[in-house]
Write a protein that binds this ligand. Structure first.
Ligand code: XLS
Ligand code: NI
Ligand code: NI
Length: 436
């Protein structure tokens, strides 16, 4: 069986190609800054949007044509979907994928049935991984779709929901280990609140901290060495998600003594929902030493929700790659397309167009960022801007040898500060355009 009979392996044809089913920039063997593109990006396809997305929105049902899918939640259908997924990823040339437990296998009547279903599908995933060499970037547990999680999972007011979530994450860690997953992700799902009148925030956060400690301990006990990642998001589905942005996550991890065990998985559309740019979130995570991986997508700034569109904007991908290169890359994380084709793009071939466009946009962004870095102009302007810290009083302050008294003596003697220089905002924005 083949699900994509008209598509052969997507090839790199170079910038002049007019073939939409070819890469113009992503050349997996090409070396940039000492690393192949394949290793820079570690591109990953998500199971949930790409193989489970229906195109439904609040105003109408699904539109996606997926001829291999019989519309049932049977195990047989789930297994057929695995074969299609690997055919797709193989033809695309994506080295990784990511899934939630419930994307790949149906829930049964009891937790035991559900675990058995998962085991059955995981055996097929493993077989396909071995056949193709495609690897698991990360696994995660869906702790938000089933109505039992209506009030959250680890932060639910119902302690049984916490216990069920623990059992579910335990199993998901086991299968992620079984499949050699490089990371394990915790996105908050419904961990947040709609209303503070009915919320004991202190208790909920304590429970979340305890839950993550249990996960760390269990992973250690089974020998799972993948990187744990938290994925910040400010809102949706709840009004306020506890992991609202990189800074909030880092504060939470530090407060609950978890910082050594986690890094962050930064998602573009979540950054913009938080009122930040993606580059802001990457820089903040990077300077704190917790930049782990990215969920690559983009929002629509005219729509105020998580539309998870595929990224095609070179400014965005250039900014991402400037930060990622600066902090030494993402591995063992990667560039995971947590993105979906829009409702109007309902044919199977659109899945190829979407991913090729995203991969090319990142490859182009990498080349632009590398050119900016190689030229060194931006770096030297930055260095120049902070030159007052490399000598004189700046150097004394940075070395920790100043205090309020000595600084007052210095300023009383000097009378006023050295004149400020221009920030050159427009010049810098214009400078970046030279490389695009
Ligand atoms: C939802 C999140 C989700 C995570 C995985 O907004 O992006 O898809 O990446 O649970
Ligand atoms: Ni995501
Ligand atoms: Ni998202």
């Amino acid at each position: 069986m083949t699900a994509f009979p008209d598509v052969s392996k997507i090839a790199y044809e170079g910038p002049d190609s007019k073939n939409p089913l070819a890469f113009r920039w992503y050349n997996e063997e090409e070396v940039v800054e000492g690393r192949t593109m394949k290793d820079h990006f570690r591109f990953s396809v998500v199971y949930w949007h790409t193989f489970r997305g229906t195109g439904a929105d609040p105003f109408g049902p699904g539109t996606m044509q997926r001829p291999w899918d019989d519309g049932t939640d049977s195990l047989e259908n789930a297994v057929r979907r695995v074969r299609v997924a690997f055919e797709f990823m193989e033809k695309l040339g994506a080295p990784f994928y990511a899934f939630h437990d419930r994307d790949v296998a149906p829930e049964g009547k009891t937790l035991a049935d559900t675990n058995r279903n998962l085991d059955a599908v995981v055996a097929v995933l493993k077989e396909e991984q071995q056949r193709t060499g495609i690897a698991l970037l990360w696994g995660t547990a869906n702790l938000f779709s089933n109505p039992r999680y209506v009030h959250g999972a680890a932060t639910s007011c119902n302690s049984d929901a916490f216990a069920f979530a623990a059992a579910q994450v335990k199993k998901c860690l086991e299968v992620t280990l079984e499949l050699g997953g490089a990371n394990y992700v915790f996105w908050g799902g419904r961990e947040g609140y709609q209303n503070l009148y009915n919320t004991d925030m202190r208790r909920e956060l304590d429970h979340l901290g305890a839950f993550l400690h249990m996960a760390v301990d269990y992973a250690k006990s089974i020998g799972f060495r993948g990187q744990f990642l938290i994925e910040p998001k400010p809102k949706e589905p709840t009004k306020h998600q506890y992991d609202s942005d990189a800074a909030a996550c880092i504060n939470f991890l530090r407060a609950y003594d978890l910082l050594g065990h986690f890094k962050l998985n930064i998602e573009t559309n979540h950054a913009t929902l938080a009122g930040h740019t993606m580059m802001h979130e990457l820089e903040y995570a990077g300077i704190q030493g917790v930049l782990g991986s990215i969920d690559a997508n983009t929002g629509d700034l005219l729509l105020g929700w998580d539309t998870d569109q595929f990224p095609t904007d070179y400014y965005l991908t250039t900014q991402c790659m400037l930060s990622i290169l600066k902090f030494g890359g993402l591995s063992p994380g990667g560039v995971n397309f947590d993105a979906k084709v829009r409702r109007e793009s309902f044919e199977p071939i659109d899945l190829f167009h979407a991913h090729i466009g995203g991969m090319d946009a990142f490859a182009r962004g990498l080349k632009i960022a590398a050119a900016i870095r190689a030229h060194g102009e931006l770096a030297s302007l930055l260095k120049q801007r902070y030159a007052s810290w490399d000598r004189g009083i700046g150097e004394i302050i940075e070395s920790g040898k100043a205090d309020f008294k000595t600084l007052a003596v210095y300023m009383l003697d000097k009378g006023d500060i050295a004149p400020n220089t221009s920030g050159r905002q427009e010049m810098l924005e214009h400078l970046i355009n030279r490389y695009l």
